[in-house]
Each structure stands twice: as structure tokens, then as C-alpha cells.
Design a protein around this ligand. Structure first.
Ligand SMILES: [Zn+2]
Length: 329
């Protein structure tokens, strides 16, 4: 994994991430909204749909695909699917296996040599995603939790994803500074595992719980195993300012990871809403992020394979920034 990343950095190329897995599953006609397990339920009920969604992103040019385990946990599977804890562990691990099967199919069917063997990132969402009460977007739950409790919560999931052979772990949409700290500490228990840490953000300066993004970057800098720190599932319009706020703090060994949503806003009654003023798109802004040192760029909710295809065409083959090149030295 680390060598693959280094090879791409040597080529001066960003890695293109996938888009929203649930977005692509919904495009296949699958109903996920309101399910406490979200796309993770399909690990048991419709694994083929997950394989197909991964495959669509691979065909669109994703260098990294992310598993359907964002909202997956052993207690969640036991509670909502009435399975044994052993079966729950196997389901979690199957998230990695399905993604790897899609990569294998893609590599064997693809004649293109340009795209090297894609990587599989094991998705780990925040504790609030399990609670399924909206706190996923505020991180409020963490106020009453100790770091040790958060570590205890996340430990089995990371263990399963690492054991199943994920190339790296994607800690994503993390709203809370305390949870970020817990994850960085916990990662040390898996010394051979690399990861990225991606926060959810409320504005151009702060993560969702109100802590400055700079604090999250400082915490990330404590880890030798993180390959990137950044933001996901926020509006693309916030990214430049967020990265700028912490630009001087980014460790030379790390890249930014950036995968915003489409910029539409989620309304609990009406679904995804386009904001009043048109927001700038990932495509338009991606070169700026690259210049700021973002080496991992993709999309989150409402970003499908067609967007990822455009993003790859837009970024690959173009010269990356001096910032990215300097990081090689
Ligand atoms: Zn999202």
C-alpha cells in the first residue's frame, strides 16, 4: 500500500477515489434511506449489488474504492439483523472481500494499463452513524464518552477490516475531535495498517463539533500510519478555505484527502436539495485542492461514477502542483 502510494507520488499523480457508494446503489434502484445499517445491510441481503457498484466506480477510473462498511458494526448487525457475533464479524470482513473481488474482475477484464491495480479502503464511519439519531452530523455523543470508550467501540471493526486485507482504512465523516483522537490512538494497535482520517465540517474553518480543523490536523500529525488527513461529505465550496486554514500544519509525510458531496443539502423531509446559489463543483475546484497538496481526491454523497470519470479525465495527465512534488523529497 505504502509503496503503491509512493509510486504514484513519484509519477506526480493524484489518486482518484470513488464517489458515494450508496448513491450508486440507489441508482441501481435499491432503497436505503432510513435503514439503520444503510448500505451495510446489503452485505447480507444483496452482495452482488455492492460488487456491481464497486465495479462501476472502477470502470470510471477510481484508483481507490471504499467498502460498504461505513455504518457496519458487530452490535449493529446483531441488533438489526439478528445474527450471531461470529456472523457479524464475517459480514464486516465480507465488505473487503466484495471490494477485492470487484478489483480482481476489473483488473482481469481491463486492457488499459494506465490504471494500476486499484486499492481497497475499509470504511469506518463515526459512532454516531450506529446511533442513527442525527448525532452523526454533530458529534454530540462524544461529549459524554471517554476516549477509551470510543476506542472500544471502533476496535472490532478496524480489526475485521484489517484482517480481511483492506489496503488501508478510511476513517470518514468523523464529526468529533475526541473521536479523531481515539481513532489515531487506536490505529497504533494495528501497526501494519495505514489509514486516512477524514472529518465532516460545518464551515470553512471548523469540523462538525465546532473544533477548528487545525486541531484535527495536529492530532493526525501524531500518527506515523496516516497517509492523509482531510475532509469529506461537505460542500466542495468549503474545502479550499479548510485546507488553507491548516496548510502550514500538514506533515511532509501526509497528503490532504478530499472527497466532498455534490454541494446539495440534505433535508430530512424533502431529501437532497440544491442550494439557492449554484455551488462550485468538485470538477472546477479539484485543481485548486491539488495545488494545495491534496493527493487523494474523489466524491461522497450524490457523486456517481460519471462524475468520477470526469474527475479522472480532468486531473490525470495534468501536471500536479509543486506542493505535491515537494512532498516527494
Ligand atoms: Zn457523504
Amino acid at each position: 500500500m505504502a509503496s503503491r502510494l509512493r509510486a504514484d507520488m513519484a509519477d506526480n499523480q493524484p489518486l482518484i477515489l470513488d464517489g458515494g457508494l450508496a448513491t450508486e446503489l440507489e441508482a441501481q434502484g435499491i432503497h436505503l434511506q432510513g435503514d439503520p445499517l444503510w448500505s451495510a445491510r446489503l452485505l447480507q441481503t444483496n452482495p452482488q449489488a455492492i460488487r456491481e457498484a464497486h465495479y462501476s466506480f472502477l470502470r470510471s477510473g477510481a484508483d481507490v474504492i471504499t467498502t460498504a462498511t461505513y455504518q457496519a458494526s458487530i452490535p449493529g448487525f446483531i441488533t438489526h439483523m439478528d445474527v450471531s457475533s461470529e456472523c457479524a464479524r464475517e459480514l464486516l470482513m465480507s465488505g473487503v472481500h466484495l471490494a477485492k473481488e470487484s478489483v480482481k474482475r476489473f483488473v482481469s477484464e481491463s486492457r488499459a494499463t494506465e490504471q494500476k491495480c486499484p486499492l481497497v479502503a475499509g470504511s469506518v464511519g463515526p459512532y454516531g452513524a450506529f446511533l442513527h439519531n442525527g448525532s452523526e452530523y454533530t458529534g454530540e455523543y462524544a461529549e459524554k464518552m471517554r476516549i477509551e470508550e470510543l476506542k472500544e467501540w471502533h476496535r472490532p471493526q478496524i480489526g475485521c477490516l484489517a484482517a480481511a486485507g483492506a489496503d488501508l482504512i478510511a476513517f470518514e465523516t468523523i464529526p468529533s475531535i475526541k473521536e479523531a483522537e481515539a481513532l489515531v490512538e487506536l490505529l497504533r494497535e494495528f501497526p501494519n495498517t495505514k489509514a486516512w482520517l477524514s472529518l465532516s465540517c460545518k464551515d470553512g474553518r471548523c469540523i462538525s463539533d465546532g473544533s477548528p480543523f487545525t486541531d484535527a490536523v495536529k492530532i493526525a500529525n501524531r500518527s506515523l500510519q496516516l497517509v492523509a488527513v482531510g475532509v469529506n461529505c461537505c460542500s466542495p465550496a468549503l474545502v479550499e478555505q479548510l485546507l488553507d486554514s491548516a496548510g502550514s500544519l500538514l506533515s511532509p509525510d501526509m497528503s490532504w484527502v478530499v472527497y466532498p458531496n455534490s454541494g446539495e443539502e440534505w433535508d430530512t423531509e424533502q431529501g437532497w436539495m440544491t442550494p439557492g446559489k449554484a455551488s462550485a463543483s468538485i470538477l472546477e475546484l479539484s485543481h485548486t485542492w491539488l495545488k494545495q497538496g491534496a493527493f487523494l481526491i474523489g466524491g461522497c454523497c450524490r457523486i456517481g461514477p460519471a462524475h468520477i470519470k470526469e474527475l479522472r479525465q480532468h486531473l490525470k495527465g495534468s501536471c500536479t502542483s509543486a506542493a505535491s512534488a515537494e512532498r516527494l523529497d
